[in-house]
Design a protein around this ligand. Structure first.
Ligand SMILES: Cc1cc2nc3c(=O)[nH]c(=O)nc-3n(C[C@H](O)[C@H](O)[C@H](O)COP(=O)(O)OP(=O)(O)OC[C@H]3O[C@@H](n4cnc5c(N)ncnc54)[C@H](O)[C@@H]3O)c2cc1C
Length: 466
């Protein structure tokens, strides 16, 4: 297990810049070993960058470029994360996907995609005729000609995934340093010095998991292997009353810009429509746009017209860290004792645990002595998915701790017990958005209109800010 270091110690075996799903997974993987680990992020929470705003699909990798690093890591990451979700209680649903063909060309393409899936090591796809397709998805728009079923495509809770990795790494002894922006990096013979807004930290080995800013961190070393172009994906989240309309993830036939616009259930009981794919230059452009939402409505009307009659609960946008290369950009710079983890675009949630293993191996190649491997402390993440038994329904839990019977957020049925537990957890939320990612409080159909004051009071009493 990771070496426990006193809070004032500022020299580490390995520092990881970026506590998104990728950096947190790397910290967790390295925490199995006798290393002192620093996980550092500019934001006030883990998973508050791209990792908080994705489509939350556990991808099989059926449509990857065969032989690519991404194909290998998505496939391996899928199996690892599926098992990990079961182990620690992250919500997921094995709903499967249907890749729907809307014209003859797409229909002809389905068998090619099936061959590609096999080349990617995924053998479970099967073709679905038009009648069977409408029997599976009666609310699908008219005009579909058939589909390819991909039963292994599942939906997962993306927020709890990052939180689980970081919590387990921290419980094992890794130091989590939030609100800490790396502004400059300097090197001596054996150490990297990270100059941050919270002072200096030193590390023998450095991992760059800075997502959209991985090229900026690379530039500190003089590397120009890739440029990150933020690719914005806008999404709409429909009310839970829409959930009965759709059973599978409904995928389009993919294009070079990505996986295209899908309709998908979420583990929280909503239905999602999106994402768009728009290359931008601004790494902070996470606002939604009129054009993007109009585009989604047009696509959604074709895929599932009845969905468009439902209420929209929320809209959001995430930025994929796309580069000029078609594959992940993970490279070891051995002389510098430095690993870059860049270009983790559309599949980083799924691939995260496999990326972490890969980075561990690269660090070992460059001379890092991992020491003995140990077990990580067991953790259990509160299940937020609608397919499990939520605390407000759990008589035994309520009998033991009555605050689990006191609902604070009525739209999402979040109890005071859950909020209290989040506030004293190893990585407590510091603002309302972070509390929402841990409990779903304020994320329902009224978006906090009803419960905001009470949630705010609970946060403030427990030392959080807004
Ligand atoms: C619209 C959309 C849909 C997606 N759908 C899916 C999906 O269905 N399934 C799937 O598997 N993947 C999906 N993805 C991809 C997935 O979300 C990403 O690959 C993943 O979140 C990338 O994680 P990361 O840790 O690399 O980046 P991030 O989450 O962005 O983390 C990087 C962190 O680095 C920090 N940082 C940057 N610079 C500094 C600095 N100088 N100092 C300190 N900290 C710094 C940032 O604050 C940030 O928290 C999707 C992505 C998008 C945008």
């Amino acid at each position: 297990m990771a070496k426990r270091v006193a809070p004032h110690v500022r020299t580490f075996d390995v520092a990881i810049i970026g506590a998104g799903v990728v950096g947190a997974a790397i910290a967790r993987e390295l925490a199995h070993f006798e290393l002192s680990i620093l996980l550092i992020d500019a934001k006030s929470d883990v998973g508050a960058g791209t990792s908080k705003a994705n489509t939350a699909i556990l991808h099989t990798g059926f449509d990857m470029v065969p032989g690519s690093l991404e194909s290998r890591l998505v496939s391996r990451g899928y199996a690892l994360l599926r098992d990990y979700a079961r182990e620690v209680g992250i919500s997921f649903e094995s709903c499967g996907a249907l890749l729907v063909a809307w014209n003859d060309e797409e229909l002809a393409n389905l068998s090619k995609i099936q061959e590609k899936a096999i080349a990617n090591g995924y053998h479970e796809t099967y073709l679905v005729g038009v009648d069977a397709l409408y029997a599976k998805e009666p609310h699908l728009g008219s005009g579909a000609l058939g589909a390819l079923a991909v039963p292994g495509e599942w939906i997962i809770d993306p927020w709890s995934t990052t939180l689980a990795y970081a919590t387990q790494a921290k419980s094992a002894g890794a130091i989590l340093q939030l609100n800490t922006r790396v502004e400059r990096i300097s090197q001596s013979a054996h150490l990297h010095t990270l100059h941050t807004n919270q002072g200096e930290f030193e590390a023998r080995y450095l991992v760059n998991a800075a997502g959209l800013y991985s090229d900026v961190i690379d530039a500190e070393f003089g590397f120009e292997d890739f440029v990150v172009t933020p690719r914005r994906g806008e999404l709409m989240v429909f009310d839970k009353l829409a959930r009965s309309l759709v059973s599978h993830i409904l995928l389009p036939v993919p294009s070079s810009m990505g996986k295209g616009v899908l309709v998908s259930p979420t583990v929280f009981g909503n239905v999602m429509l999106g994402p768009t794919a728009e290359n931008l230059s601004d790494k902070r452009a996470t606002e939604s746009s009129i054009a993007g939402l109009a585009f989604l409505q047009e696509k959604g009307r074709k895929i599932m017209p009845a969905l468009l009659d439902e209420e929209i609960t929320a809209i959001y946008a995430g930025l994929r860290a796309a580069t000029e290369h078609p594959d992940f950009q993970i490279s070891l710079h051995a002389p510098q004792r430095y690993v870059t983890v860049g270009g983790i675009r559309s599949t980083g949630l799924t691939a995260s645990m496999a990326i972490a293993e890969h980075v561990r191996d690269l660090l070992t190649t460059s001379g890092l002595d991992l020491g003995q491997q140990g077990d990580l402390p067991a953790i259990h993440i509160p299940a937020l998915g609608e397919s499990g038994v939520r605390p407000y329904l759990n008589d035994e839990l309520i009998a033991a701790t009555p605050s689990y019977g006191e609902i604070v957020c009525h739209c999402e049925r979040v109890t005071r017990g859950e909020i209290d537990a989040a506030m004293i957890s190893p990585i407590p939320p510091r603002d309302q958005a972070a509390l929402g990612r841990r409990t779903r409080a304020t994320l329902g159909r009224c978006q906090g209109f009803y419960c905001h004051a009470e949630v705010r009071a609970l946060l403030e009493n427990a030392g959080g800010a807004l």
